[in-house]
Design a protein around this ligand. Structure first.
Ligand code: ATP
Length: 327
């Protein structure tokens, strides 16, 4: 009830009478009044004027299920939301939900992660109440070799979603991070469960440093947050909603060709490594090359010192600048 009332008040952006809410949801005046009080307790400011009704005048920065549902403008992404105040990892939870049959588009969001993960077992610092930790569950009908490109589709969507909500110059660091200047703001981790020729599910986890004013010591030197860069507090739910909307569009575009051919131009435009000398850190070898941009498979094309062009596959390597994390 609370979620439905919140959604109506949000969408109207003006007064909605108690009578109308009662009729629309077939509930008593007391039930409406109770739901409004619960919203106030959560930090929403709701104006109540006799003969006019209720109007939301401000919302808190929370990412509860009700808050997210009232903000979403998607067809399938986030139509089922699981919110946790604390969790081990949203990716782990999404995988469990997938095993239990949760549908394509299920979204897991948490206010804090105890064991947030990066690639290859690295830690994703996930303090409480400030950042976004979310995982989108997909059930693609294509072969497993195509799934790694979804990390890049999400990176592009996060870029577009943030562009819409925050005034900040962000770039993508291939394949899965967003950076501001030389510092990391967003990390993306894609994991999947597959059989030889089909995908059971894919989970795409995204961590965004949003209102975090003090970074943990471990990442102080190479990370930043939206508030540190802009000086402005952001509404996390608005950011999540914008990202999901873009992801839905980009995913549909991806499905037209099953590759990035229609998305690669935009990705390359905002790729910080493009036309830069980079170090490719592989498991077996490390070398310096000149990054040209991604191809339609999401591989990074680099020109090696001997002039040959190589397509680097994201799963195997990390990319660094010559002197630091980015440049
Ligand atoms: P690489 O550039 O080597 O490929 P990556 O950028 O893909 O690495 P991930 O595995 O995605 O890295 O993320 C984990 C790394 O990100 C950690 O090792 C740490 O350096 C950094 N990190 C951890 N938590 C945060 C955070 N909240 N914000 C920014 N960076 C973080």
């Amino acid at each position: 009830m609370k979620a439905k009332i919140l959604k109506v008040l949000r969408e109207r952006g003006d007064y909605v009478s108690g009578q109308q809410l009662c009729e629309q949801f077939q509930v008593s005046r007391t039930a409406v009044w109770k739901a409004i009080n619960q919203l106030k307790e959560e930090g929403y400011e709701v104006e109540a004027i006799r003969n006019k009704g209720y109007r939301i005048t401000s919302s808190p920065d929370i990412i509860t299920k009700e808050e997210l549902v009232s903000q979403l403008h998607t067809n399938w992404a986030g139509q089922e939301v699981y919110y946790y105040e604390e969790i081990d990892s949203t990716n782990t939870r999404a995988r469990q939900l997938a095993d239990q049959g949760a549908p394509h588009g299920t979204l897991v969001v948490a206010d804090c992660q105890h064991t947030g993960r990066g690639r290859r077992g690295r830690v994703w610092e996930s303090p409480k109440g400030k950042n976004i930790y979310m995982t989108l569950l997909l059930r693609p009908k294509f072969s497993p070799d195509k799934a790694s490109m979804l990390t890049l589709v999400m990176a592009l969507s996060v870029y577009q979603g943030l562009k819409e909500t925050v005034d900040l110059d962000l770039k993508i660091k291939w394949p899965n991070d967003l950076v501001c200047g030389n510092k990391k703001v967003v990390g993306i981790l894609t994991e999947m469960s597959t059989e030889i020729d089909y995908i059971n599910h894919v989970v795409i986890g995204t961590g965004i440093n949003v209102n975090l004013e003090e970074l943990p010591d471990e990442i102080k030197d190479m990370a930043t947050s939206l508030i540190l860069e802009t000086g402005c507090r952001q509404k996390r739910s608005a950011i999540i909603s914008a990202i999901l909307k873009h992801f839905e569009e980009n995913y549909e575009t991806y499905l037209e060709t099953f590759d990035l051919s229609k998305l690669q131009e935009e990705y390359n435009r905002i790729l910080i490594n493009r036309d830069q000398e980079v170090q490719i850190l592989g498991e077996k070898q490390t070398y310096t090359a000149y990054a040209l941009g991604i191809n339609e498979k999401g591989e990074l094309l680099v020109r090696k010192e001997d002039g040959s062009i190589e397509a680097v596959y994201a799963g195997e390597v990390s990319v660094r600048g010559l002197y630091g994390y980015v440049s």
